[in-house]
Design a protein around this ligand. Structure first.
Ligand SMILES: Nc1nc2c(c(=O)[nH]1)N[C@H]1C(S)=C(S)[C@@H](COP(=O)(O)O)O[C@H]1N2
Ligand SMILES: [Mo]
Length: 422
């Protein structure tokens, strides 16, 4: 029995623990451990501090907590992802700014998260190269490092069908981090990629042995092998200890737990690019290697389940494009009859979630609000009807980026407008 931990009463659930050594406690304070527990009444209380600390009108009258070894979220701010067996979604409506905290980055695993010992990690690069090489994690870290902020989005990032859906449920399979690693072009020069090589295979070391064929030009352009995420080692769910990161391209091409890159003069036609990750388009045709994520935006406030008050409202959201920077986001507050330009919040980065804001006075009538992104290539985010017209009834579930509408009721209730097509 570890007596450093406060014992929970029956029925109490630990939210998180923080062990503190006796020596670090101020003057050998009453308890050697701190634990946040949820009381029977559902209230979060911190054992080791008098409950009065949380109910006291004046926090300046009570000694606060000492510093801890690792930071904790406020017990009042326990954001969660919505996990299924194979994915979890970022609570876009609850975030501030442009970075997704690493513990809220969405996840999509084809066969779970593997446990990889960083000391044993190896990345092999071979095939059409002058000099096949094996890189240990320490080798990767010895190369000049680069950092960039960009989004990562699953190509299956659209759900609809119910009015009571939050932005997280509608399109929470997109997240943004500051990624740090080595440019793939640096490694390409190291192994001497042959001029004839036009494709490479990226292979993961999870139970799915996920593989994708990638055009070599993306490798020379902006592909990274990343081991850092938001200032710390990349999280296991994101590919620890290293993953491929292809800015702006569909998430499945950013192979996690990367163990092998093979250069070739043709695509490898793996399971992931034949049975999956291809989209039916008109006339019975199938589109393959649709790498880039199209421009998209979503209003994150006010969205379901907001109850809106009359008066000035700052409509907020994010917009992003896999083809470059966001040039403009327009907002409509009259069900699409008229559009106004939203303000883009700096920084506006290449292939990155960009925050937009639009001030609007809601005088109380029922209406519909929506946003529409345009990227620097001039591409404009389509409506679902436009997507259908271009791709047909069988368009499947990948690469759907329709304009998202929220319905504002007379009484201030905000609901998702769940347009469907099948
Ligand atoms: N090895 C491996 N890489 C993978 C996957 C996987 O299951 N195994 N999932 C892919 C898919 S479909 C997506 S959308 C992204 C998700 O990355 P994330 O879990 O870090 O958000 O990783 C991709 N890379
Ligand atoms: Mo995905």
């Amino acid at each position: 029995m570890n007596d450093d931990l406060v014992k929970l009463k029956e029925g109490e659930e630990p939210l998180f623990y923080r062990k503190v050594s006796r020596r670090t406690m101020l003057g050998g304070a009453a308890t050697a451990a701190l634990v946040l527990v949820q009381s029977a009444a559902g209230k979060v209380v911190q054992a080791g501090l008098p409950e009065a600390a949380f109910t006291a009108a004046d926090p300046t009258k009570i000694q606060g907590l000492p510093p801890g070894e690792a930071g904790q979220k406020s017990p009042f701010e326990q954001l969660v992802r919505l996990p299924s067996d194979t994915s979890s979604r970022t609570p876009l409506q609850d975030l501030h700014g442009m970075i997704t905290p690493s513990d809220l980055h969405f996840e999509r695993h084809h066969a779970g998260i593997p446990a990889i010992d960083p000391a044993k990690y190896e990345l092999v690069i071979h095939g059409m190269v002058e000099k096949p090489m094996v890189f240990k994690l320490a080798d990767l870290k010895r190369f000049p490092a680069v950092s960039r902020i960009c989004f990562l989005e699953c190509s299956g990032n659209f759900r609809t069908g119910r009015e009571n859906m939050t932005p997280q449920e509608i399109c929470g399979l997109t997240s943004q981090s500051e990624w740090t690693g080595v440019k793939l072009s640096t490694l390409f020069r190291e192994v001497g990629v042959k001029p004839k090589a036009t494709w490479f295979l990226a292979e993961g070391s999870d139970a799915a042995v996920m593989t994708r064929s990638i055009p070599v030009r993306k490798g020379w352009d902006d592909a990274l092998i990343v081991y850092g995420q938001n200032g710390e080692a990349i999280r296991p769910a994101q590919g620890y200890p290293a993953r491929l990161l292809l800015p702006g391209w569909e998430g499945n091409t950013s192979v996690k737990w990367l163990r092998r890159i093979e250069l070739s003069d043709q695509p490898f036609m793996t399971r992931e690019e034949t049975s999956k990750y291809s989209e039916p388009v008109r006339d019975g045709k199938i589109r393959q290697f649709s790498f880039e994520m199209d421009a998209r935006s979503i209003i994150t406030f006010p969205a379901y389940p907001t109850q809106l008050d009359k008066g000035w409202v700052e409509i907020r959201g994010i917009a992003w494009s896999g083809r470059g920077k966001i040039r403009q986001v327009e907002v409509s507050t009259d069900a699409g009859k008229s559009w106004q330009c939203a303000r883009l919040q700096e920084p506006v980065l290449d292939k990155a979630h960009t925050v937009f804001r639009h001030l609007w006075e809601w005088r109380g009538g029922a209406t519909e609000i929506m946003s529409r992104a345009t990227d620097e290539t001039g591409y404009v985010q389509p409506t679902l009807a436009q997507l259908l017209a271009a791709r047909g009834e069988d368009m499947g579930g990948y690469h759907l980026n329709p304009i998202t509408t929220f319905v504002l009721k007379r009484d201030g209730q905000v609901l998702f407008k769940p347009e469907t097509w099948r």
